[in-house]
Design a protein around this ligand. Structure first.
Ligand code: SAM
Ligand code: SF4
Length: 360
């Protein structure tokens, strides 16, 4: 039974056709594929799942990505920028709760005041956590000099999703202007690797116009640029964005969810030693979304530790989960969720990408 899937799983080199086949699986053959990947990856990577406390500290953004609820042209977004003291408190919370590391994320800003502020903030976080809390940042496209300054100040992992590796599709979901440039995004990923970051990227899944073949190319792109970490999740439409006009062209939410899980399992087969995050957007579609991702290939989860009053304003898409819970509730809930997925939390560990150490 399911000879083709069995054959692909056993291959040493996966082709675009193989990946397209796996990504588009449905029904019993899909169940069989996911179960096999779930069993195999625990044998190589173990059961540990790493927590990254996520602080979405500001929704001000200078960019205008056509899909994102906090794009600069969305006048109905309530803008906020959390004080440094509150960010430091969140970092301390992560440290005392043995999270191992945090992620600082915001809209993109490139002005010198913002750059300096982040540099100082990174140093302070290192100071108040005895240098022990790992720091990932996700602050968009910056110059190599800025990436270097933030690396020296204490950040050691960076997330910058390519969003899609298909240049034509990229310009269907981003305005074609100097502020949104596909080649620049690739160059940024290369700069991050050069500076020495554990480098993460990812794509949205189920975008209007997107095909299974393009998603297979995305996986091969991750392999080709030798990436260390991936965060990929379903695209979820937001009414106040230009991409909403294409809502009739979208796959159902369930299909976007299923294909995202297929992508995670296929990527685990292709790149066994990278870190893969269970994206929050999965839970906006299925209450058990992140547990399913953990079962079938993901090994990182990001509890939201943003102060609760600001969470509802970081609205990238509709029905964003966990916007009304405090940090404590969020981590208790995730602890249970990890156990439900038959995985264990790797407390106090940075949970670095194994791939990073073999590539450098
Ligand atoms: N501004 C930084 C950047 O773009 O890299 C970091 C923050 S941005 C909000 C983080 C990610 O949110 C993006 O990389 C994008 O993939 C995701 N995102 C934005 N809008 C989304 C949507 N409507 N559905 C799903 N994910 C979305
Ligand atoms: Fe800004 Fe990032 Fe949203 Fe694009 S995806 S509009 S850069 S926050």
């Amino acid at each position: 039974m399911f000879g083709k899937t069995t054959h692909i799983i056993q291959k040493n080199t996966l082709t675009k056709d193989d990946l397209t086949y796996l990504i588009s699986l449905k029904g019993d053959e899909r169940d069989y594929f996911l179960k096999k990947i779930g069993e195999n990856y625990v044998q190589t990577l173990g059961k540990k799942v790493f927590f990254r406390g996520l602080v979405e500290f500001s929704n001000y953004c200078t960019k205008d990505c056509l899909y994102c609820g906090i794009r600069k042209s969305n006048q109905s977004s309530d803008r906020y920028d959390i004080d440094d003291d509150e960010i430091l408190k969140a970092a301390k919370f992560a440290y005392t709760n043995n999270y191992g590391s945090i992620v600082l994320q915001s809209g993109e800003r490139n002005d010198p005041i913002f750059i300096k502020r982040i540099t100082n903030l990174l140093k302070k976080i290192k100071d108040i956590t005895d240098g022990k809390l790992g720091i990932t940042i996700s602050l968009g496209e910056q110059t190599e000099e800025t990436y270097q300054a933030w690396f020296e100040a204490g950040a050691h992992r960076y997330l910058l999703r390519i969003e899609t590796s298909n240049e034509e599709l990229y310009y269907k979901i981003h305005p074609k202007d100097t502020n949104h440039n596909f080649q620049n995004r690739i160059n940024c990923l290369k700069s991050l690797q050069k500076v020495g970051y554990q480098t993460g990227t990812g794509v949205m899944i189920g975008l209007p116009f997107q095909t299974y073949e393009e998603l297979a190319d995305d996986l091969l792109f991750f392999q080709d640029i030798d990436i260390d970490m991936i965060g990929m999740g379903p695209f979820i439409e937001h009414t106040e964005t230009p991409l909403y006009q294409h809502k009739d062209k979208l796959w159902s939410l369930q299909r976007r969810f299923d294909v995202t899980i297929n992508m995670i399992a296929s990527l685990r087969l292709l790149m066994p030693d990278i870190n893969i995050a269970a994206a929050t957007a999965l839970q906006a579609i299925d209450p058990m979304g992140r547990e399913k991702a953990l079962k079938y290939g993901a090994n990182v989860i990001m509890p939201n530790i943003t102060p609760t009053i600001h969470r509802k304003d970081y609205t990238l898409y509709e029905n964003k989960p966990c916007t009304d819970e405090g940090a404590e509730d969020c981590s208790n809930c995730l602890n249970i969720r990890v156990e439900m997925a038959d995985r264990e939390v790797g407390y106090s560990e940075w949970g670095d990408s194994k791939h990073f150490f073999s590539r450098t």
